[in-house]
Design a protein around this ligand. Structure first.
Ligand code: HEM
Length: 532
């Protein structure tokens, strides 16, 4: 069998078999050392490794191919025993895996359709290669809950290194174990119900009145408007800044930062990732200066901003506060922006729902000063809440979660290898006809049905989890609901609109409408019906 330090083997990789990772790695090395296209393929591999922070796995489905392996790495006697049972699936081409399939899926208006196709062939839990990493994907509500509930024990979140560098290692999103739990607890505390009620209600409305200010006939891209609203909310809520020019400056920095988080991580000048890195540095410097200022002020003058409260609490060292704030910014900004945008998009397509929502909002009387809504008003918007819940179900803002197996995990008949990427595909469950009747229809009324109340509970329901679950459950969920409801209030009571350009959803690099939802705005005067 010996031949120049290499041995010839037939490695079989079928849907149900997974060749242990080091062997595949060895096979890649062996293979490309003998390949005439080695250099270009290797550089692609290195680039992807940088992007995804992991070694790529090449497995050729349903093919038996001769692969040359360096004798020293192989340990071939283990080959027959080192095969474990992965969920069935399709892993695409060597090296690139099923990246094109996944890219096409997320760039389409409806990524779960791709998952649906796999589910039909392989079942609700299947294996794949997601952007070059061997992955187990789940469209199974029970398994999704299992993954989320076992965060930190069997699974942990998994992000590319470039993303971790940008959001910072001290932030709740990238932190693991004890540190994650501590930071998560702080985020929950800072956005807890009573605080939202007293601290945020007025601030949010001030931002709405300031940013939703259009003249008759104005043409806008609603996506830009929603982004502006969300960024202003963040600046105000996180930093407690109220000076106009400072808000604008921070809004620009925040916007650059968020764009970079969602871009390809090219560190060259002019690229969004580099701009975001620079924005990050300036934001952190500003936060540090603000911390100094807060410390010099008497307690009573510490503002409403979360930063002020964090300094007051004294439970985080200064150098961790910046990362903490930046994490909240990332987690809350894009999600809120897109939910506001998609809600208006769906309402535009559903005149009945829009009419009912407008009637509900028109009927609310701001009882406090300057016509602002009170907490009681907010609690009196049942249909608006249904619209938000339905937008989150159908729009799929956080379509999937990114996890990694911390150890080899046995689930049902399957073995999930340690290090394997694990993807609870939330929106595949949200759009599954077996769990939601007419799942592809925008039907906010479904949430009024008494039979659906258990399903609707986004804290516990396996069938509806727009805010995730387990120890990473979104600490901003209540705040997000409040912000979106108030946005809808000020938008529909102040304006009517006409869509000017066809649009469709895409989910790459993040959830969006490809044309930004171009609309022409008309100020509402005293009419009450949009169907006049
Ligand atoms: C409609 C809007 C929102 C949606 C759909 C949403 C969705 C989610 C989801 C699905 C997760 C779980 C991520 C995971 O398990 O990996 C999450 C986590 C998180 N969200 Fe939200 N979110 C929204 C708004 C917000 C807001 C407004 C904030 C705060 C300003 C926020 C802060 C966070 C944080 C800090 C985490 C990380 C928690 C952790 O890893 O421990 N979110 N969100």
């Amino acid at each position: 069998m010996k031949n120049d330090g290499f041995q010839n083997f037939w490695i079989k990789s079928t849907h149900n078999q997974y060749l242990k990772r080091f062997k595949l790695k060895a096979s890649i090395k062996g293979k490309y050392r003998l390949s005439s296209v080695s250099l270009s393929l290797l550089s692609v591999q290195q680039w992807l490794e940088e992007v995804f922070g992991n070694t790529l796995i090449a497995a050729t489905p349903n093919v038996s191919a001769p692969i040359h392996l360096p004798e020293t790495i192989v340990g071939l006697r283990n080959l027959s025993t080192g095969i474990s049972k992965l969920p069935p699936g399709r892993r695409g081409w060597p090296l690139i895996g099923d990246s094109f399939g996944w890219y096409n899926a997320v760039a389409s208006s409806h990524p779960p359709r791709f998952v649906e196709d796999q589910v039909k062939r392989f079942g609700r839990i299947f294996s794949s290669s997601v952007f070059g990493r061997l992955a187990v994907v789940s469209a199974d509500p029970t398994f999704n809950r299992f993954i989320m509930q076992n965060e930190g024990k069997l699974f942990q979140s998994s992000y590319p290194k470039s993303f971790r560098d940008l959001v910072g290692k001290n932030g709740v999103i990238t932190a693991q174990g004890e540190q994650q739990r501590k930071l998560h607890g702080m985020a929950v505390n800072i956005m807890r119900f009573e605080r939202i009620k007293f601290d945020f209600l007025k601030d949010i409305q001030e931002v709405m009145l300031h940013t939703l200010n259009f003249h008759d006939g104005q043409v806008i891209l609603l996506e830009d408007t929603c982004r502006k609203v969300a960024i202003h909310l963040m600046v105000k809520q996180l930093l407690g800044v109220s000076d106009e020019s400072e808000i604008n400056e921070m809004a620009q920095l925040f916007s650059d930062f968020v764009d970079g988080c969602l871009s390809v991580p090219i560190k060259l000048p002019g690229f969004a990732y580099r701009v975001a890195m620079q924005a990050r540095e300036i934001i952190i410097n500003k936060i540090n200066r603000t911390i100094e200022k807060v410390r010099q002020r008497p307690m009573s003058e510490v503002g409403n901003g979360m930063l002020g409260r964090l300094v007051e609490d004294e439970s985080l060292p200064d150098d961790a506060i910046g990362d903490f704030i930046i994490n909240l910014l990332f987690a809350g900004n894009e999600t809120t922006t897109k939910t506001m945008l998609f809600a208006v998009y769906y309402l535009t397509q559903s005149p009945m729902a829009l009419k009912q929502l407008m009637e509900e909002q028109d009927s609310l009387q701001g009882t406090s000063n300057k016509g602002m809504l009170t907490w009681e008003d907010y609690k009196n918007m049942p249909f608006t809440q249904c619209v938000i819940d339905e937008t989150l179900r159908l729009g799929g803002i956080a379509i999937w979660l990114m996890r990694e197996a911390k150890e080899e995990i046995a689930y049902q008949d399957y073995i999930i290898p340690k290090g394997c990427f694990v993807v609870p595909f939330l929106s595949a469950v949200h759009l599954d006809e077996s769990f939601h009747k007419d799942a592809h229809k925008f039907d906010p009324w479904r949430w009024l049905d008494p039979e659906n109340q258990e399903t609707r509970n986004w804290r516990t329901s396996p069938f509806y989890a727009p805010f995730g679950g387990g120890s990473r459950f979104c600490p901003g969920a209540e705040l997000a609901h409040l912000q979106i409801a108030l946005f809808l209030h000020y938008f529909v009571t102040g304006y009517r609109w006409r869509q000017l350009k066809e649009d469709r959803m895409s989910f790459f690099p993040s959830a969006r409408l490809v044309n930004g939802f171009q609309i022409c705005i008309t100020r509402r005067t005293d009419e009450v019906s949009i169907n006049e």
